[in-house]
Write a protein that binds this ligand. Structure first.
Ligand code: GLN
Length: 541
């Protein structure tokens, strides 16, 4: 069977959930027994999102092979239960960079190097590269909104690609918004008409239209969209707003979206969605509730800690819990103390981050959790602040700090280490991607993982200072895991505390809806126990 290609574009506005739709269609095809590989094109000129701040970009998702990628790759991994790689995210910056390097190396001697055909060929080559090892479908999500100047080379590249590969093996799916105007009490199709006109102007005729809409699209509206966009009505679908993103594949399947694709490609079979349906049921019908504080710097940005939220969702689904999230801005904790924010929560999580802002507040949060037996999960920076807190208030080094925040501290407990053998360092300094760690038997961590060896993903510069390890361990801090190469501290815990676990890595990147991460499951279980102690009568009921 030849490899097939599905191209997903978006119109009208950004943030329509193209990534979720791409992940959902990937899942539906995968569940028909096909090998599916997604690819995300990002039209910006950065080589990767690694250097963008959370306001610009949201979460930077780190793959096992150490690439800093768009957060949509997180959705792909979570829906497909399959690891992505560096090659699954391509930015305009990368394509231009490689093209210009080739030009400098004399690969185009005598020629004028142009967007068409040279850049577009470079883009197509990135698509073609993924069609190997029995891959049945490559799903390409084109970032940005149709009509943007920046996405033009990508759209031109897929137009040519489609022409070359033939329409039997390549399909265009266009995602749009159909707004509901309260004043007119009407669903408006004009933005969809216009965005498809834009697409057709550059030679792309969509095969499917998926309409994001807060209201059900009546037949008359779908007819109108079909007529103006030149797409058969039975290929105009809707994406209603649903309670959980994991329901999107089910609503698409119910309308027959994947069946319509399968019909065009003569694919046999039916997707098996039993476990997925059960997952959605567990998410939507929890049995107990807990309140978890998330204490960080960017708590008011929806996308910054995306994978953390998703990992909590996966663990909660397994435990049939509803998690009420309390977002705690640690800059406010600095002014008002931790108590007002934490006295009525069941657990607290401190996620990763860079820069000094809010760090003292995080340290106060870690102290409160340690002293009150409140379940604590620290991720990356969340481990570093726990170590600083412990050094200050248990060991008694009042001036202990990370050299990231106080380069002159007499007690540097978190430091930059000289380059380690076997440690990937990109952009000069960051430790990125999957590293193997040894988990020490007898620790809570070991009980949670049920394994001696783990591989977890990293994205940080600073490390636990090996020079203070002995002093801290003697004072009662337990190192629960260390890297196989270099013996770096990967995880700590506090024996005697119901749940105080902090890790130098980012477990949230490896949590999957059907395989929740053991640390998040353990954390929420501890939260539930803490909750039951606060409300003993509720627990009995
Ligand atoms: N800023 C810290 C470091 O670079 C932590 C990074 C993180 O939390 N991702 O080591």
């Amino acid at each position: 069977m030849p490899t097939r290609y599905l191209f997903i574009t978006g119109g009208v506005v950004s943030s329509l959930g193209k990534g979720i739709v791409t992940a959902s269609l990937s899942l539906l095809l995968q569940r028909r027994g096909l090998k599916v590989v997604p690819l995300k094109f990002d039209p910006y000129l950065n080589v990767d999102p690694g250097t963008m701040n959370p306001y610009q970009h949201g979460e930077v998702y780190v793959t096992e092979d150490g690439a800093e990628t768009d957060l949509d790759l997180g959705h792909y991994e979570r829906f497909l239960h399959q690891n992505m790689h560096r090659e699954n995210n391509v930015t305009a910056g990368q394509v231009y960079y490689d093209l210009i390097r080739k030009e400098r190396a004399g690969k185009f001697l005598g020629k004028t190097v142009q967007v068409v055909p040279h850049l577009t060929r470079e883009i197509q080559e990135r698509i073609r590269r993924l069609a190997r090892d029995g891959v049945a479908v490559v799903i390409v999500e084109v970032g940005g909104t149709v009509g943007d100047i920046e996405s033009l080379p990508f759209l031109e590249a897929i137009r040519q690609f489609h022409l070359e590969i033939g329409k039997d093996n390549a399909l265009f799916v266009h995602l749009t918004l159909v707004p509901y105007l309260g004043t007119a009490e009407e669903l408006k199709t004009k933005p969809t008409q216009h965005s498809v006109m834009k697409l057709r102007e550059i030679g792309i005729q969509p095969d499917f239209i998926l309409c994001r809409s807060e209201k059900h699209l009546p037949k008359s509206v779908r007819e109108k969209i079909a007529l103006f966009t030149n797409v058969p009505m039975q290929h105009v679908f809707e994406i209603p707003y649903v309670g959980t993103i994991y329901e999107v594949p089910l609503v698409l399947h119910k309308q027959g979206v994947d069946q319509a694709i399968a019909d065009l490609w003569h694919l046999p079979g039916e997707p098996d969605l039993a476990d997925w349906t059960d997952l959605v049921k567990r998410i939507k019908h929890p049995r107990h509730e807990v309140t978890v504080a998330l204490a960080g710097k960017y708590v008011h940005m929806k996308d910054t800690y995306k994978s953390v939220y998703e990992a909590l969702t996966h663990a909660a689904a397994q435990l049939r819990l509803r998690v009420h999230l309390r977002r705690v801005d640690t800059q406010r904790v600095e002014r008002e103390g931790a108590e007002p924010y934490l006295r009525d929560v069941d657990a607290v999580l401190v996620p990763g981050g860079f820069g000094k802002r809010g760090v003292e507040g995080m340290i106060q949060v870690a102290r409160y959790a340690r002293e009150h037996g409140l379940p604590y999960l620290g991720l990356c920076l969340g481990m570093q602040v726990a170590v600083i807190e412990f050094a200050r208030h248990v060991v008694g080094w009042a001036d202990a700090h990370s050299t990231e925040f106080d380069p002159q501290t007499p007690h540097p407990v978190i430091v930059l280490l000289p380059e380690q053998k076997g440690v990937r360092q990109i952009g000069g300094t960051l430790r990125l991607g999957g590293y193997e760690a040894r988990v020490f038997p007898g620790t809570l961590l070991h009980r949670l993982y049920g394994a001696d060896r783990i591989v977890e993903r990293h994205r940080h510069r600073y490390e636990f200072n090996p020079g203070v390890r002995e002093v801290l361990e003697q004072a009662g801090l337990k190192v629960a895991a260390e890297s196989v190469q270099g013996g770096l501290v990967e995880a700590i815990e506090l024996p005697g505390h119901p749940f105080f676990v902090a890790v130098q890595y980012h477990p949230e990147f490896k949590s999957r809806p059907l395989e929740p991460h053991p640390l998040f499951v353990g954390f929420l279980k501890a939260a539930q126990e803490y909750h039951d102690k606060r409300y003993p009568l509720l627990a009995e009921a």
